[in-house]
Design a protein around this ligand. Structure first.
Ligand SMILES: *Cc1c(COP(=O)(O)O)cnc(C)c1O
Length: 217
């Protein structure tokens, strides 16, 4: 943990974007003890990619971490959204409408990130870069959703040049979201294999599993 934090700080200094970086410990596939261990190591934010697994862990954990939903959210699980401090995978108008309907019903606002597919890989979810501005405009019609920024995933095993272009593309997407009138400050990008480059390119939230807890096999 100490080493990861030092690497994040060094990458921050190299990148020169002057951002604060939140380390999200990705506890998927690990038990509630991983959440407790992260908390005891000074981590306040944890990430899960499945609602059901997250809810099971929430019920077993006593430390007051903030839960992030980093994976795809199915529309029929929109009711579960309010348990999360931040939904990272908002990628369609249909999901946005489902979330908004629930939020209005429950009288809450939900913090969300627009997931952007910068690399254009067919296997990745996310809004294509070309659709970001229109989606951001659409989201202005849903006031119970607060669009706090952009999330992206880089291709697995990409070289550094590709990583930089994906991460700086996400930064550009955040500007488009901002231009549409959202208070979009955040950039969720960077996993165990690429978080230093992501932080150099301005990441405000890194999502780290393997580098903290070992491989998931
Ligand atoms: C699993 C996962 C991570 C963490 O991946 P590591 O390579 O283990 O750090 C980050 N983001 C998302 C969306 C994930 O599903």
């Amino acid at each position: 943990m100490t080493e990861v934090r030092a690497r994040i700080a060094a990458a921050c200094a190299r990148g020169g974007h002057g951002q604060q970086v939140t380390l999200i410990a990705v506890t998927k596939t690990h038990g509630p003890e991983a959440v407790e261990a992260a908390w005891n190591a000074g981590v306040t934010d944890v990430g899960e990619n499945r609602v059901q697994e997250a809810e099971a862990k929430m019920a077993q954990v006593t430390v007051p971490v903030k839960w992030h939903l980093i994976g795809h959210l199915q529309r029929n699980k929109a009711r579960s959204a309010r348990q999360f401090a931040l939904i990272h995978g908002l990628d369609s108008e249909r999901l946005a409408r489902a979330l908004h309907t629930e939020a209005v019903k429950e009288g809450v606002t939900l913090d969300v990130l627009m997931q952007v597919n910068v690399s254009g890989e067919a296997s990745k979810s996310g809004v294509p870069t070309a659709g970001v501005a229109a989606f951001a405009d659409y989201l202005q019609t849903l006031p119970a959703l607060r669009v706090r920024g952009v999330m992206t995933m880089a291709p697995f095993d990409a070289d550094e040049r590709t990583l930089r272009s994906v991460f700086s593309g996400a930064r550009g997407a955040r500007e488009l979201v901002r231009s549409a009138g959202h208070a979009a400050e955040w950039l969720s990008m960077g996993m165990s294999g690429d978080y230093e480059v992501a932080v150099e390119e301005g990441a405000t939230h890194v999502r780290l599993g393997t580098v903290l807890f070992g491989s998931r096999t």
